[in-house]
Design a protein around this ligand. Sequence first.
Ligand code: ADP
Ligand code: MG
Ligand code: MG
Length: 254
Amino acid sequence: MATLEIHDLHVTVEADNATKEILKGVDLTVKQGETHAIMGPNGSGKSTLAYSLAGHPKYTITGGTVTLDGEDVLEMTVDERARAGLFLAMQYPVEVPGVSVSNFLRTSATAIRGEAPKLRTWVKEVREAMERLHMDPAFAERNVNEGFSGGEKKRHEILQLELLKPKIAILDETDSGLDVDALRIVSEGVNRVRESGEVGTLLITHYTRILRYINPDHVHVFADGRIAESGGAELADKLENEGYEEYTKGGASA
Ligand code: ADP
Ligand code: MG
Ligand code: MG
């Protein structure tokens, strides 16, 4: 079973000619087959954690370790991380002009699997995955994220998740901006992947709403750049009732 281990992770960003520490010692272990929810107020550093794990150049690791099955993730290029089995669904997915969804998915699958998927089975695989996510087949020929609605972007992220079958998936606010129907469809996708037992999921969210559809094994409260408390699904209920105030007192949270 693949294990992602984050130990005492410290991360800074450059902003306004100053270096600002955003992550202040994050400890977290996610195993294949487990679903972890990370919940926290805006500005607490949740996306910074996701980007740092994905290898975004804007974020400087100043301390700590990240390993996947003992391999040093921080030494890997972005491509190597994907091939090692890490997947990131971004809070704000980027447009890729001139590249169709269909080509993008096949290129990604080829890079990750090490060989091009057989065309006939692949086309069928993509079509079926799109049907499950209630996506119009015509969507496959559109350019990645170009003019996509918020909901379409999120479905496209889950489509990638289902087709690329990573070991560890980091989903950054995949629930934000979705209406109830889209939220249900996206959650069903996450649950299908979960049922395979082969994916460990780190579900980053600000709202408890998505946890009505996806029941996490572990819930972590993220505040001021670190995990402030960990527990089971009951911790999400507590947050739903009491909010984050207890964790942000005296903290600098926007
Ligand atoms: P969250 O996802 O929990 O809302 P973020 O990780 O997006 O939090 O942001 C945490 C803090 O780091 C915020 O104060 C934000 O302004 C700052 N930050 C994050 N990324 C950058 C960046 N690329 N440049 C400057 N500041 C950043
Ligand atoms: Mg935010
Ligand atoms: Mg964020």
